[in-house]
Structures are given as structure tokens and as C-alpha cells.
Design a protein around this ligand. Structure first.
Ligand code: DX5
Ligand code: ZN
Length: 226
């Protein structure tokens, strides 16, 4: 995957119809999604439960763009292989998930997948100081992880800008995740983010029977930044 900082939209299928993931993934990609964001939750690191490796494996044949797997799980190292095997293109782990995020990133890189590190709202930008050279992406959470449809936390804008400065011209994406919509998207883009995760803002009012609404919703985010 060549690196560029062009704005990418990564719809989170946490907001999709849970009885129709294959059709929903095809629909968002047909309507212009750049990546597919898969939120893995374990009911321990975050107060919600979602997808194991078999589910991700089932999504894989429907994803033709890029499957971006966000692991909100702890412990995390034991599951990296399984999510890589299941077909993730990017595996993002939380810096807070263990005392050894440096080793976790090494383990993700060892699978040949792209490696991301995620920061919860309470975690300072400096947490990535000694991790950047093992990263293809830094994910800045703009909600406390666990659910879609939450309110954007504006204090994170300063963190995004700090991380953008830390990265310099290294080929490392900044992904923002949580409460991204046409109002907050320009703020995060201006601060330095280039991959925007959006769940409710993409899936709202649409369905597999009216997927064009997903396209309208994604276009509204893109236009808000232009
Ligand atoms: C929250 C997830 C986010 C969430 C985004 O824990 O990591 O990806 O699904 O949903 P919205 O865009 O509705 O805030
Ligand atoms: Zn996510």
C-alpha cells in the first residue's frame, strides 16, 4: 500500500446492520468508503462485546478496499496472530492494553500486517514517543471506546496536532475515531488527521436497501473538509 495523506473515510461497521454485514460492507465500499473499520471489543478493556477472529474471517471476502481492525481488547498479544490470519490489513492495538506496547507493535509487524497504536482520550500524545518507528498509524480516540453514537471530545484536537508534529514527514497515518461527522471532521483534518472513522454519521438513515444514503453521508463529511 503506497502511503499518502489524502483524507480517507473508514466507516465503522459497529453501526451497520448486524444481520447483514456482507451486504453492508459491499454497500459502503460501493458508495465510496476508502477503508472498512472493524471494531473488536472484549467486554473487559471496553464495556461491550463484538467480533472474534471467525467474524473477521467472514467479513474478509466482502472487503475489497482495506480492512482496518481496531482491537479494543486486553490482553492483546495472544490474539494478534488470529486477527492477522482472519485477514486484517491493519491491526491497531491500544497503548493502554498492556505494559509492553513496543512488543505488541513488533508482534503485529511480524505478521506482515500494518501496525497501529491507539490512544484513549486520557492518554497523552507523549505515550507514542518511543513507538512511532514501529507504527504505520496512530489512532486518536475522540470518544471513550465501547460504543458508536457518542459525543466528540474536543480536548483531543490538541493531541492530534501534537502527534502530527511528532510524526513529521514519516509515512504514518493519523486516524481519528469517535463522533466524527460533518461538524467535527474539518476540525480533526485541520489538526492533522488523515483517516476519519465514522459509524453513526455514515450509517444513519441508510440501509442495504437504500445504500445511496451512505454515499450522501460520506460525501457530506468530505465536503465539510474541502
Ligand atoms: C468506539 C469505536 C468507534 C465507533 C465510532 O469504541 O472505536 O469506531 O464505532 O462510532 P461513531 O462514529 O458513531 O462515534
Ligand atoms: Zn474504532
Amino acid at each position: 500500500m503506497d502511503f499518502d495523506r489524502k483524507i480517507k473515510i473508514a466507516p465503522s461497521i459497529l453501526s451497520a446492520d448486524f444481520a447483514n454485514f456482507g451486504a453492508e460492507i459491499r454497500a459502503i465500499e460501493d458508495q465510496g468508503a476508502d477503508w472498512v473499520h472493524v471494531d473488536v471489543m472484549d467486554g473487559h478493556f471496553v464495556p461491550n462485546l463484538t467480533f472474534g477472529p471467525p467474524a473477521v474471517k467472514a467479513f474478509r471476502p466482502h472487503v475489497t478496499t482495506f480492512m482496518d481492525v481496531h482491537l479494543m481488547i486486553a490482553p492483546v498479544d495472544a490474539y494478534i496472530e488470529a486477527y492477522a490470519e482472519a485477514g486484517a490489513d491493519m491491526i491497531t492495538a491500544h497503548v493502554e492494553a498492556s505494559p509492553h506496547p513496543h512488543r505488541t507493535l513488533q508482534a503485529i509487524r511480524a505478521t506482515g500486517k500494518k501496525a497501529g497504536i491507539a490512544l484513549n482520550p486520557g492518554t497523552p500524545a507523549e505515550a507514542v514517543d518511543y513507538l512511532l518507528d514501529l507504527c504505520d498509524m496512530v489512532l486518536v480516540m475522540t470518544v471513550n471506546p465501547g460504543f458508536g453514537g457518542q459525543k466528540f471530545i474536543h480536548s483531543q484536537l490538541d493531541k492530534i496536532a501534537r502527534i502530527r508534529a511528532l510524526i513529521g514527514d514519516r509515512p504514518i497515518h493519523i486516524q481519528v475515531d469517535g463522533g466524527v461527522d460533518p461538524t467535527t471532521a474539518p476540525l480533526v483534518a485541520k489538526a492533522g488527521a488523515d483517516v476519519l472513522v465514522a459509524g453513526s454519521a455514515v450509517f444513519k438513515d441508510g440501509s442495504v436497501d437504500s445504500p445511496q444514503i451512505y454515499g450522501v453521508n460520506m460525501q457530506a463529511i468530505r465536503t465539510s473538509i474541502a
